[in-house]
Every structure is written in C-alpha cells, then in structure tokens.
Design a protein around this ligand. Structure first.
Ligand SMILES: Cc1cc2nc3c(=O)[nH]c(=O)nc-3n(C[C@H](O)[C@H](O)[C@H](O)COP(=O)(O)O)c2cc1C
Length: 365
C-alpha cells in the first residue's frame, strides 16, 4: 500500500481517468482527471431521472464526481470532488492536500481551501485558505512552513483568518459558504488585516525566554504614541523594562503591596518585557488616554506575533512608598499614575477561545 492512495484497482472493476471532454488520459499527480468505473456492481441508473442517468452512465462507464489519478503501479489517488479541484493556470490542486498540510502547522486550529477567480485575471483560479488560528499564528510563518512541503503553485495566494470554518449538517466544510464569504469579503472584515488583528488577539500570560527584538519593541511603543489623547495633551510616558532582575524586583514589590492592600494580583507569570503606561494625574483624561495607548500597544504586539496582557494592580498601588521608590528609579515622574502595566513576550501557548458577548450592541432607529 502506498501512503495517500486508495490502493490498487480491483480485477472485477475497471477504472479510468478522463478529461473534461470524456477522453481517457494518462494521469499523474500534476494531471489528475475525473474517475470513471466499470464493473458488475454498477447501478443501472437514477430512479426516474433519465437526464442525470445519461450524464452519469456513458458507454457502460459510471462517471464519478471524484478527481483522481493512477500512478505507474496502478495505485489510485483521490483528490476530492471534481467541483472542488482548483485550477491554477492548468495545474490542478486538491484542496484536501492543502488543508491537510496547513493543518499540520502548529498555529492553525482549522482550515479550508477553495479556488476563487484570480482577481488579476491571469491564472483562472487562485487558492485561498480560510483558517482559524492560535495566538502564535503569523502568515509569514505558515507560508514558510507550506513552502517546505508543497509545490509553489499549491501555496494559497490569500490567507483569511476567520472565527469559524462554515460546515454543513454532515460537518463537512461548506465550500459554497466559503465562496460567498470570499465574494462578500469587502463587506465583511475578512480582507482587513486590522480587523483580523483585533479579532484574533487574546490575553497571553505565559511567555517563552525569546527576546522581543529591539526594532519590534520600538514599533510597539510607537503604536502607543500614536493613540488619540484628550486635547492632544500627550502627557503620557511609556517605560520599557527588559531586564529580568528589574522585572522580578517590580513583581516582588507589587506582590507584597497587593497582599497587604488586598488588591487582586494575577497574570504576572513570566513576561519577557514590561511596558508601564503612566500619565500625569493632573490630566483629567489621563486614564482614557493611557487606555487607548495600552490597547494600541497590545494590538501592535499581536500583529508581530507577540503576546500581551494588561496587568492592573499598579494603578492602585503606585503611590505605596516602596513601589514609588522603584518607579522613581525608572525615571517615572512622581505625579504619574501607572494606569497599565503591559506584560509582553512570545507566547508559550495560544490564548483560550473566548465567547464574546455579542448582544451588547443596540442600534437606535
Ligand atoms: C483594565 C484591565 C485590567 C486587566 N487586569 C488584568 C490583570 O491584572 N491580570 C490579568 O491577568 N489580566 C488582566 N486583564 C486581562 C483580562 O482578564 C482579559 O482582557 C479578559 O479576560 C478578556 O480576555 P482577552 O483579553 O483574551 O479577550 C485586564 C484587562 C483590562 C482591560
């Protein structure tokens, strides 16, 4: 038996592969065709459906809806339903092969591949992969993974992160629905990378040792700086702490103060880096401005494959003398309140799937 094959043809059943015109072809992996069968077990036709019978039973052959090829040792390989096969400039792609390969990538939860009309009008169709992902997902990473395993033409041209892969009642991938999602993509969020970043971010609380590259950290801080601020005052400060000793020192002093002041303290596991977002307490919009910046920071981090979580306790504890002393040593002005402490790092595991409350929007007519 060969991996991926259905096995050899049986003596009592004849199998041939035909092209779109019904001619028998010599097939191989790159040139599959429709599978036709002939044998004693064959049906006599569809009940009361002469037209369908005439299309399906031709010269004693049963024309299946399956795309397949037969190798030189007479092993048959099925590639999926003929209607689902993707035709990229004459090369045939089995969506199942793409799905099985992409499905092996760690950061992909589920995926489904369809062929859509090439928007550039060159290739006929292009393969598009819809996927649900874990926090660790990056499109770049998946493309690299696929490039090692698939021929170039089989690598999807578009990757669309969505919150669910549509399935029919039989739990099979609903490819018609995917096509309609593709066709409506401009109206949906699908092709908008910002919406994809927003919808796939999750709080991450466990991080690897891997350092966050300085240039990425710089971009993440820039995302904070570019947040809106009331009256455009921009009185905030972003304090970046990467030293492990300093992170541990802050964790310890915060933990102790939280304990004595009965402030809830959780989620401070193993950050590779902290960004303290503080703002001048005399600015009445200080908390809102800091929150906008904090969210920008978390989204920017996620867009680079870096996990984050907002840790809250400092907002209540930053005026405790032992904490203020540490904040002073970072150069944070005494009149600043630390509204958000953002823990960052490459995620050890993906964030949990959270059910968001969807009934919180009220459109007033
Ligand atoms: C103002 C604020 C304070 C938060 N404080 C903490 C915290 O102290 N510790 C923590 O682990 N998570 C904290 N979080 C993260 C929330 O628990 C998290 O956002 C929420 O559970 C929803 O999960 P999601 O971020 O994955 O959507 C905080 C979030 C916000 C917005």
């Amino acid at each position: 038996m060969k991996i991926g094959s259905l096995g050899r043809t049986l003596p009592q059943v004849q199998v041939k592969i035909i092209d779109a015109e019904g001619n028998t072809i010599k097939s191989d992996a790159a040139h599959p065709g429709r599978m036709a069968l002939k044998g004693d077990m064959q049906m006599a036709g569809y009940w009361n459906r002469p037209e369908l019978t005439a299309q399906t039973l031709v010269d004693g052959w049963l024309l299946t809806g399956d795309m397949a090829y037969i190798d030189e040792d007479n092993y048959i390989y099925m590639l999926g339903r003929a209607d689902d096969i993707i035709n990229v400039g004459g090369e045939k792609i089995s969506p199942i092969e793409v799905e099985e390969t992409a499905g092996q990538y760690d950061s992909v939860r589920e995926c489904a591949c369809i062929g859509v009309e090439d928007p550039d009008g060159i290739l006929g169709q292009i393969p598009v992969l819809f996927l649900t992902t874990k926090n660790t997902y990056t499109e770049e990473g998946l493309i690299k993974f696929l490039s090692d395993k698939l021929e170039r033409y089989k690598i999807p041209k578009r990757f669309i992160v969505t919150d669910a892969i549509p399935r029919n009642r039989m739990q099979k991938i609903d490819r018609k629905e995917l096509l309609s999602m593709w066709e409506n993509r401009d109206r949906l969020y699908l092709m908008n990378p910002i919406m994809q970043t927003i919808l796939t971010r999750r709080s991450i609380r466990k991080f690897t040792d891997r350092e966050v590259p300085a240039e990425i950290l710089d971009m993440i801080c820039r995302a904070g700086i570019y947040a809106p601020s009331g009256h455009n005052l921009q009185t905030w400060r972003f304090t970046v702490i990467e030293s492990r000793d300093r992170i541990m020192e802050l964790k310890e002093v915060t933990r102790k103060a939280a304990l004595s002041k009965k402030v809830y303290f959780y989620g401070f596991e193993s950050p590779r880096c902290l960004i303290l977002v503080s703002n001048d307490r005399r600015n009445p919009d200080g908390i809102q401005d800091a929150s906008c910046a904090a969210q920008n920071i978390m989204l920017a981090a996620h867009s680079y494959g870096i996990g984050s979580v907002w840790l809250n306790p400092l907002m209540r504890l930053c005026d405790e003398p032992e904490i203020r002393e540490v904040l002073n040593s970072y150069g944070i002005p005494g009149e600043h309140i630390v509204w958000a402490m953002i823990a960052l790092g490459y995620p050890v595991e993906s964030g949990s799937v959270l059910a968001k409350k969807m009934d919180v929007v009220n459109y007033v007519e």
